[in-house]
Design a protein around this ligand. Structure first.
Ligand code: COA
Length: 178
C-alpha cells in the first residue's frame, strides 16, 4: 500500500524501517514530547516495531512519510475505524528539521482521502490540543471543518488539555481532499 501526491509518499512500515523511525523520533524529541507523550528518550527500534504492529493502539493503520529521496520524514496513521458509524481519526508528526514545508498537510490530505476512498469512512476526525497551533493549521490547510473544543480530552505529560475537533465528511461539497 503506497499513497503519493508526487512529492511525498506514505507507505506501511516494515521491520527494516524500525531503526530509521527511531532515529527520526530521537531527532524530534523536544517537539514531539509536548504533544505525543509516547516519544520518550528511550524510544528505540523496539518501540518503533511495537508501533508498527499496533501494540500501542490496536487497529491503527500506521504509515511512514517518505520524501522524494526515500528518507523518512515523519509518520502518520489512521486510528481504528468505528465500523458502526464509519468514523476514523487521523494523526501525524514530522521530523523537526523538516517542518514548515507542507509535509504534514500533504500527509493529512493523502490519509483523509485514503480513509474515505479505501477504508469506507464517512467522517474523518482530527483532534489536537488547543495549544498546538501548527497542527490546527494542518487541519485548516486540508479544508477540514472546526466543530468545537472538547474539554480535558487529552492527557499530555500529566496535564489535561482541551482539544479541538475538526472533521472532513465524504459528502462535504468541494472537498479539497477528494
Ligand atoms: C504540527 C506538525 C505536524 C506540523 O508539521 P509541518 O510539516 O510543519 O506542517 P505543514 O508545513 O504542513 O503546515 C504547518 C503550518 O502550521 C504553521 N505553524 C507551525 N507552527 C506554528 C505555530 N507555533 N503557530 C502558528 N502556526 C504554526 C506553519 O507556518 C504552517 O502554516 P502554513 O501552512 O500557513 O504555511 C509538526 O510541527 C509536528 O510534528 N509537531 C509535533 C507533533 C505534533 O504536534 N503532531 C500533531 C499532533 S495533533
Amino acid at each position: 500500500m503506497q499513497l503519493t501526491d508526487g512529492v511525498i509518499t506514505l507507505r506501511h512500515p516494515n521491520v527494516d524501517d524500525a531503526h530509521d523511525v527511531a532515529s527520526a523520533v530521537q531527532a524530534s524529541l523536544a517537539e514531539l514530547q509536548v504533544f505525543m507523550p509516547w516519544a520518550t528518550p528511550d524510544y528505540g527500534p523496539a518501540q518503533a516495531r511495537q508501533w508498527m504492529f499496533g501494540e500501542f493502539n490496536p487497529g491503527e493503520e500506521p504509515f511512514i512519510i517518505l520524501d522524494a529521496h526515500d528518507e523518512i520524514v515523519g509518520s502518520c496513521g489512521l486510528g481504528p475505524i468505528d465500523q458502526l458509524n464509519r468514523v476514523i481519526e487521523l494523526g501525524y508528526w514530522v521530523r523537526s528539521d523538516r517542518t514548515g514545508r507542507g509535509i504534514a498537510t500533504r500527509a493529512a490530505r493523502l490519509l483523509a482521502r485514503h480513509a474515505i476512498d479505501n477504508r469506507g469512512a464517512m467522517r474523518v476526525e482530527i483532534h489536537m490540543s488547543v495549544e498546538n497551533p501548527g497542527s490546527r493549521r494542518v487541519a485548516e490547510n486540508i479544508g477540514a471543518t472546526y466543530e468545537g473544543t472538547m474539554r480535558a480530552r487529552l492527557l499530555l505529560n500529566g496535564e489535561h488539555h482541551d482539544a479541538e475537533i475538526w472533521s472532513i465528511l465524504a459528502t462535504d461539497p468541494h472537498n479539497p481532499v477528494l
